[in-house]
Ligand binder design. Structure first.
Ligand code: MN
Ligand code: MN
Length: 454
C-alpha cells in the first residue's frame, strides 16, 4: 500500500557526501558573516561590501531602473534593500521579495550612562527586544556602535572583539548570599536597572570623588576624542563578545549571538547573489523587528512602498497591479522543539532542528492574534516551488497554544496586498546571548530562498 502519511524529514539523512561538503562549506561562510556583523549597522555594512563585490551599486530614490540592474538602497546604515531588476513581466509576476531582519536583542547604553559607585565605573543600559535578563550576567560583553558629535562627526566604536581587547561585565550575586533572591520570580529577581556594565576600576591619581569615572572619561577622550556629553547622541550596543562556534563532536550545530535573524539574512543574500533568474528580486535586511518594526528603519516604514513604486514607474506597470502580483517570504526564525522543555511545545506542529527550513503559516498569540496567517493557496504554491528543487522543509508553530507567542514582519508586507508567509530557520535558545541552529537548516534556507526567486 502507498504510504499516505506525512512525516518530517531529517535533512542530514537525505544529504549525500557532496551535499554534506556543501553544507559544511556554507556554514563557514555563515560563521564569518556572524562574526563580522553583531549589530544592524555592522551587518548592513558587511552586506554592502559583499554585494558591491558582485557589481551592485547604490540606488537613488526616483532614479530609473533598467532590466539587468543590480542595485542597493542603504537606509541610514541600518536597513538595506537589494534590487535585482529582471526581464520577466512585472504585470504577470510582480516582484519576488525576501525580507529578514538584522537587529537582535541586546543591551543599549542609556543616553547618560556613565557613573561611579564604590570605586567601580559602570555604564547604565536599557535592554532592547525580549530577553531573559539573567542570561546577560557574568558573560563577556563587547561594545559596538556609533557616537555622533555635535559637528556631525561619526565615531565608530567596537571594543571587546579582538583577542587583545578588554571585555565588559555585569555581576551576579553569589549563591551563598542568594537566599532572599532564590524564591523570587525571574522577573523580580533580575531587575532591568541592575544591568549595569563594569567599565573601569582605577581612579585618576589624586582624585577622591569620581576618580574612576574621570579615568574612564580620560581614556574615552584619548581613544575617541569624546566627552561625557557625546553619549547623548550615541547608539552603543552591548552584545556578547563570543565568536560563532561549531557545537557537537560531529559539528552539527553552530552557536552564536544573533542567529535571530542573521540565519535568515545570510541565506537571503547568498540566494540573491548566486541564483540565476529572470525575476525581479527585492531582498530586504530590516531593522527594529525586535521592537515591533517601528521607526524609519523598520518594516512599518513606507520606504518599501516607495521602492516598489520606483520599480513600477521604471517598468511602466501599475503599482497596485505590481503589488498584487508580488510574493514575499518573510524570513524569520522560529522556535525549534527543545527536548528539555517538551511541555512548551506541541510536538506534531513543532519544528525540529536539523529537519530543514520551517514554514510558519501563522505567528501571533492566543487565537492567532496579531498574525499574518498566510493562505492555503499561497502555501500550496510554495510546496510546489520547494518540491521542484528538493528543499527539505517542515511546518511549525512557535509553541504550545496560549503559552506565549511572537510576531514577525510578515503582516507589514501583507498590508501591501502581497502574498506573504514566514519561512525561516528553527533556533534553540532563541534570544539568548548564545543561540543554537543546525548547519543543515541554514543551508536548506538558502535552497528555499533560491527556489523562490527562480
Ligand atoms: Mn526574528
Ligand atoms: Mn527575535
Amino acid at each position: 500500500m502507498e504510504d499516505l502519511t506525512y512525516k518530517r524529514t531529517n535533512a542530514n539523512n537525505v544529504a549525500d557526501s557532496a551535499e554534506r561538503e556543501a553544507i559544511n562549506a556554507y556554514a563557514e561562510g555563515y560563521k564569518a558573516y556572524l562574526d563580522a556583523g553583531k549589530t544592524e549597522r555592522e551587518t548592513v555594512s558587511e552586506t554592502v561590501a559583499m554585494v558591491e563585490a558582485e557589481g551592485y551599486r547604490p540606488y537613488e530614490l526616483g532614479a530609473p531602473i533598467h532590466p539587468g540592474d543590480k542595485l542597493y538602497y542603504n537606509n541610514r546604515g541600518k536597513s538595506l534593500f537589494l534590487l535585482r531588476a529582471g526581464t520577466a513581466s512585472l504585470a504577470e509576476n510582480g516582484v519576488r521579495i525576501l525580507v529578514a531582519h538584522v537587529d537582535s536583542p541586546r543591551l543599549d547604553l542609556k543616553q547618560v550612562p556613565l557613573y561611579e559607585s564604590d570605586n567601580i565605573a559602570y555604564l547604565k543600559t536599557h535592554y532592547y527586544g525580549g530577553i531573559k535578563k539573567y542570561q546577560w550576567l557574568t558573560i563577556p560583553l563587547a561594545l559596538h556602535g556609533v557616537i555622533v558629535k555635535k559637528d556631525g562627526t561619526v565615531v565608530d566604536v567596537c571594543i571587546g572583539e579582538d583577542e587583545n581587547d578588554p571585555v565588559f561585565y555585569i555581576t551576579d550575586l553569589l549563591p551563598h548570599l542568594s537566599q532572599e533572591i532564590m524564591p523570587k520570580s525571574v522577573r523580580e529577581a533580575f531587575p532591568a536597572e541592575n544591568l549595569n556594565i563594569i567599565v573601569g576600576g582605577v581612579p585618576v591619581e589624586g582624585e577622591e570623588k569620581d576618580g574612576v569615572k574621570k579615568n574612564v572619561l580620560r581614556y574615552l577622550n584619548e581613544a575617541y576624542g569624546i566627552s561625557e556629553e557625546d553619549f547623548l547622541s550615541a547608539e552603543i550596543e552591548a552584545v556578547p563578545a563570543y565568536k560563532a562556534k561549531d557545537v557537537g563532536f560531529d559539528r552539527a550545530f553552530i552557536a552564536s549571538y544573533g542567529h535571530d535573524d542573521r540565519v535568515c539574512a545570510y541565506p537571503e543574500v547568498t540566494a540573491t547573489l548566486q541564483t540565476e533568474t529572470d525575476q525581479t528580486v527585492l531582498t530586504i535586511l530590516a531593522d527594529k523587528e525586535e521592537i515591533g518594526s517601528e521607526g524609519n528603519s523598520g518594516m512599518q516604514c513606507i520606504i518599501i512602498q516607495d521602492l516598489l513604486d520606483c520599480i513600477a514607474a521604471s517598468y511602466g506597470v501599475n503599482p497596485a497591479l505590481l503589488r498584487a502580483k508580488s510574493k514575499c517570504l518573510s524570513a524569520d526564525v522560529t522556535a525549534a522543539f527543545d527536548p528539555n522543555y517538551k511541555s512548551a511545545f506541541e510536538y506534531m506542529n513543532a519544528t525540529l532542528a536539523g529537519h530543514g527550513v520551517a514554514m510558519t503559516k501563522f505567528t501571533g498569540s492566543g487565537g492567532k492574534s496579531g498574525s499574518n496567517d498566510a493562505s492555503a493557496e499561497y502555501i500550496g504554491y510554495l510546496r510546489g516551488v520547494f518540491a521542484r528543487d528538493n528543499v527539505v522543509w517542515q511546518t511549525g508553530e512557535l509553541g504550545r497554544v496560549d503559552l506565549g507567542g511572537g510576531g514577525t514582519v510578515a503582516k507589514f508586507l501583507a498590508h501591501y496586498n502581497i502574498d506573504t508567509v514566514d519561512v525561516g530557520v528553527p533556533v534553540l535558545s532563541m534570544h539568548a546571548p548564545y543561540e543554537l541552529i543546525a548547519k543543515v537548516d541554514v543551508y536548506q534556507a538558502h535552497k528555499a530562498f533560491a527556489a523562490f526567486i527562480k
